[in-house]
Design a protein around this ligand. Structure first.
Ligand code: GCO
Ligand code: MN
Ligand code: MN
Length: 387
């Protein structure tokens, strides 16, 4: 029961299960895990794939011969286990050169370095079979407004992304680009802060059809927004290219908690949404084990993410199939042919009919929607007392 299998498309990042537990106040509490070991462990746990930043696999400054050796060894582990690398991304935040931005650094030499690093990451990903390229603009933000940079960054971001997309097409890599918004951290404020802003921005790129989103549960929650609604809007626009699952308390620093460990109800309705949406992509856990854990705790964390997802999936399905829920929803969405005939696409006749129509306002003002009952049923599923 609830055993993860590759067909569930669960993925982790090398940087998530490999997280050494450093925080702004505390040193690492765990040793760095060998990526080859991580591949074997994740395969054993039933994951589908492993994602990575360039530097997670190939530390900065690695000489070319050593780079080739690392890749050969890593690919061998992938072959042995059948684990996939669906997504890659460039680390454009750790190097001190990126302290005032990567693509939005005021210094064109830094912007050139960020762009080159991105192209090299695409090369690496192509070698590993990745088809999704995530762009997380974590350092593209500011603490100081006095530069007026907020007015300039959009051109720089567009230029960099257009370049990268053209490179991917030119090389025949076939990447789909997934942009990841976040409100703040590590910058005081990040320019591309929310799902809504990112959806609007991507429409201004040369090839918007190749660009979508990588929304993250924690990021919208940090901003006090509703992640389920954000994902629903992304789905409506056909732009869910990847998803970062984790958990988070509202209005805190980025906590990257185990999926479903904090906002169970939101996680329940998120799984309900994802599983009914036809989304075929990876279910990626961008989270890490608590700093209190040694290695065994890391695998407990990874198992927990997947197990909770599968439990919620089963519960969501049972909730949707519950006859009482179906009755309540039938009534909630009750249809009225006369009212429906007044809605839909505009016509002169319809507008006139609409003005003449009798609408039973008294009844409408008194109508109840039975949402207390519906929500209580959801809670009872979550509490395990129903069915
Ligand atoms: C964060 C982000 C990152 C990105 C990752 C992939 O808050 O640190 O979520 O984990 O998802 O860099 O681009
Ligand atoms: Mn995050
Ligand atoms: Mn993320």
């Amino acid at each position: 029961m609830y055993e993860p299998k590759p067909e569930h498309k669960f993925t982790f990042g090398l940087w998530t299960v490999g997280n050494v537990g450093r925080d702004p106040f505390g040193d690492p509490v765990r040793e760095r895990l060998d990526p080859v070991y991580v591949v074997h462990k994740l395969a054993e746990l039933g994951a589908y794939g492993v994602n990575l930043h360039d530097e997670d696999l190939i530390p900065r400054g690695t000489p070319p011969a050593e780079r080739d050796r690392i890749i050969t060894r890593f690919k061998k582990a992938l072959e042995e286990t059948g684990l996939k690398v669906p997504m890659v991304t460039a680390n454009l935040f750790s190097d001190p050169a990126f302290k005032d931005g990567a693509f939005t650094s005021p210094d064109p030499r830094v912007r050139a370095y960020a762009l080159r690093k991105s192209l090299e990451t695409m090369d690496l990903g192509a070698e590993l079979g990745a088809r999704i390229y995530v762009v997380w603009p974590g350092r593209e933000g500011a603490e100081v407004e006095a530069t007026g940079k907020a007015r300039r960054v959009w051109d720089w971001l567009r230029e960099a992304l257009n370049f990268m997309i053209a490179y991917s097409e030119d090389q025949g890599y076939g990447y789909r680009f997934a942009l990841e918004p976040k409100p703040n951290e590590p910058r005081g404020d990040i320019y591309l802060a929310t799902v809504g802003g990112m959806l609007a921005f991507l429409q201004t790129l040369d090839r918007p059809e190749l660009v979508g989103l990588n929304p993250e549960f924690a990021h919208e929650t940090m901003a006090g927004l509703n992640f389920v609604h954000a994902v629903a809007q992304i789905l409506d626009m056909g732009k869910l290219f990847h998803i970062d699952l984790n958990d988070q308390r509202m209005s805190r620093f980025d906590q990257d908690l185990r999926f479903g460990s904090e906002n169970l109800k939101a996680a329940f309705f998120l799984v309900d949404l994802l599983e009914s949406s036809g989304y075929q992509g990876p279910r990626h856990f961008d989270a890490h084990a608590l700093r209190t854990e040694e290695e065994e705790g890391v695998w407990d964390f990874a198992r927990g993410c997947m197990r909770t997802y599968l439990i919620l999936k089963e519960k969501a399905q049972a909730f949707r199939e519950d006859p009482e829920v179906q009755d309540l929803l039938k009534d909630y969405y009750r249809e009225d042919p006369q009212a429906l005939s007044l809605l839909g696409p505009y016509s002169k006749e319809k507008a006139e009919a609409l003005k003449r129509a009798e609408l039973p306002l008294d009844t409408l003002r008194r109508r109840g929607y039975a949402l207390e009952r519906l929500d209580q049923i959801a809670v009872e599923y979550l509490l395990g007392v129903r069915p």
